[in-house]
Design a protein around this ligand. Structure first.
Ligand code: NAD
Length: 291
């Protein structure tokens, strides 16, 4: 079994982007600029946005973090997005989800200019992805594809099970793995909360992507020997032995599954860092399109 080291691959991608930014600056151009909006004080969201801002500074991107109170109105948030859309200095816009209940995710996503939608959530980008046209691809599935590519994992003709059908992870993942591209061309079964015989589907799969948010859901008896396991799940579970009071758990029972598989992503240190790397790549692309 080999670990798919997202931390390491993410660093390689960020190092390469750092050189690309330096080259832009030598040409007299400005570095890419990511604007992130964080509404409220959700602990996990703070961590994710903090990691994105940190990655920007490591690479040499400019970043702006806009914090808003939990009580901010939807109209106010939409107007800030409108300003960022028309600001020629801003290449990428992300609004950290989840948002407070009184704000519609859909209205917010629709408000972002698709050419600055580096999270790839806007229907224009989601639609282009489905059609196989160049698009900003949601950072988590994009990061997983970069990981498969880095380790040269054969996907062509393979059976893949994607567990979870969210618009930001599972569904785009199923589209990417089934696309007629390098590291696509798999036959994908998209599983969800109403899927029957999930265990059988997993057992016949060469690749399993677990993205449902249920710690330890994929157990050893669900995995065929030699399968490739991608664990997207990140759930905070109480852990008194940790300073933070919680541990991060994936959707895969790592101790039981890892001896059976060929490759596996750890949690943390697998898909999480790749999500950041993919977001940085998307932001660089947005900047190149914008300059
Ligand atoms: P979501 O809650 O939007 O979607 C979960 C999906 O899982 C749903 O489609 C649902 O149908 C499916 N599901 C739930 N219970 C199921 C069951 N028993 N059997 C089969 N399917 C089931 O979640 P999401 O936003 O896609 O995130 C999924 C997980 O991935 C979460 O743990 C989240 O924290 C994590 N995540 C990690 C990253 C990262 O960078 N590593 C990024 C995004 C999300």
């Amino acid at each position: 079994m080999q670990i798919l080291d997202g931390q390491l691959v993410s660093k390689t991608i960020k190092d390469s982007l750092k050189l690309d930014v330096a080259a832009l600056v030598v040409e007299g151009k400005r570095p890419p600029h990511l604007a992130a909006i964080l509404v409220g004080n959700n602990g996990a969201s703070e961590t994710y946005v903090g990691a994105k801002v940190k990655a920007c500074s490591e690479i040499g991107f400019k970043s702006t973090l806009i914090r808003m109170e939990d009580s901010v109105t939807e109209n106010k948030l939409l107007s800030v997005i409108g300003d960022l859309n028309t600001d020629p200095d801003v290449d990428g816009i992300l609004v950290q989800l989840p948002l407070p209940k009184h704000i519609s995710d859909e209205h917010v996503i629709m408000a972002i200019d698709p050419s600055k939608d580096v999270d790839g959530f806007h229907p224009v980008n989601a639609g282009k992805l489905v059609m196989g046209s160049p698009a900003f691809v949601s950072a988590t599935p994009h990061g997983i594809m970069l990981l498969l590519e880095h380790y040269k994992i054969e996907t062509k003709g393979k059976q893949a099970a994607v567990i979870g059908r969210s618009n930001i992870v599972g569904r785009p993942m199923s589209i990417l793995l089934s696309a007629n591209t390098n590291y696509g061309n798999s036959t994908v079964t998209l599983c969800h909360s109403h899927t029957h015989n999930l265990k059988e589907i997993c057992l016949r799969s060469d690749i399993i992507v677990a993205a449902l948010g249920r710690p330890g859901f994929v157990t050893g008896d669900m995995v065929k020997p030699g399968a490739v396991i991608i664990d997207v799940g990140i759930t905070r579970v109480p852990d008194a032995s940790k300073k933070s009071g919680f541990a991060l758990k994936g959707d895969v029972d790592f101790p039981a599954v890892s001896p059976k598989c060929s490759y596996i992503t750890p949690v943390p240190g697998g898909v999480g860092p790749m999500t950041i790397a993919a977001l940085m790549k998307n932001t660089f692309t947005a900047c190149q399109n914008n300059l």
